[in-house]
Design a protein around this ligand. Sequence first.
Ligand code: M7G
Length: 318
Amino acid sequence: MADSENGGAAKRLKTDAENDCGDAGEPVSDSLVSDFEISRILRDCAREKNIFIHGKVKDQDAVLILEKTPIRQDTLSELLKSSQLKLEMKNDVYSTYQLQAPAHLNEIKTTVVCPATEKHVKKYLHQEVFLVEESGEDYRNLTLPYISSQCFSVQWVHNILGKKAEADRIVFEDPDPDTGFVLLPDFKWDQKQLQDLYLIAIVHRKDVKSLRDLTSEHLPLLTNIRSKGEDAIQRQYSVPPSKLRVYLHYQPSYYHLHVHFTSVEYDAPGCRVERAHLLSDVIQNLQTDSSHYHNRSLAFPLRADDGLLLKFKEAGKV
Ligand code: M7G
């Protein structure tokens, strides 16, 4: 993306003040962080500049995610003018400094899951990963019974669809009960810059769990998400379809159909080939064969302590 395009579009992103608001009437709770008692580090990454911490808030299990945000082009001059510099070393033409930026230009994106279930804790714990190949039959015999008993609550999704949460963050909605969806920023994106643009389209239908349930019956839904989702992102952020990676996860974490829209230049978590299925490929596969996703084998990664991996092992499939 050209800098000028980026800067222009960034100006239309939500302001800090808008971002900091909770849902209507809901005060933002500082104590979730100040009362957080650290138990252990689940994962940290110096390159991604984030850390995932398991702990307790008032006796409740919680996960705290801290992440340094990218440096914003639209606040660069302010950053340079208003920061303090501390020289670390100087040698010939080289010098290094510690730059102390004013607080509002030095934020840490913070996510809290509280109360957190054991599954949340496992999701964020760094673990060995295995690739599993699931046939259509494996899905029906092993995966479906497992996810029906074990999967994450999708209450947050129902809250979004029912406008009980994040209503002020909705970028676009098509209310049609069969082909409609809500498009809003993913909670991984702080909306402060376009480099890591990340939105999700959540379908209104509640009867489609994942890629595996899709048949040609769902083509109007999928094509609608692609065209109206792309149009809405172009309008709101001036990001054209050619700059977007639009895909579904298999396995998803949440079994209510949703589609990820990320910047094509952003190496988003979960965008690798073993988990991401481009929406355009999904549409074409269903146009060719309505039962493509019922029958074909799908590969996906599972963490070492995932109960589903154990099911595949017990069945002699891994
Ligand atoms: P997924 O493919 O089911 O699993 O995607 P993943 O989390 O392993 O990628 C669900 C997507 O929904 C992810 O990109 C999450 O970051 C996002 N997400 C999860 N929650 C709980 C929320 C939420 O409460 N609000 C919003 N806006 N996004 C969420």
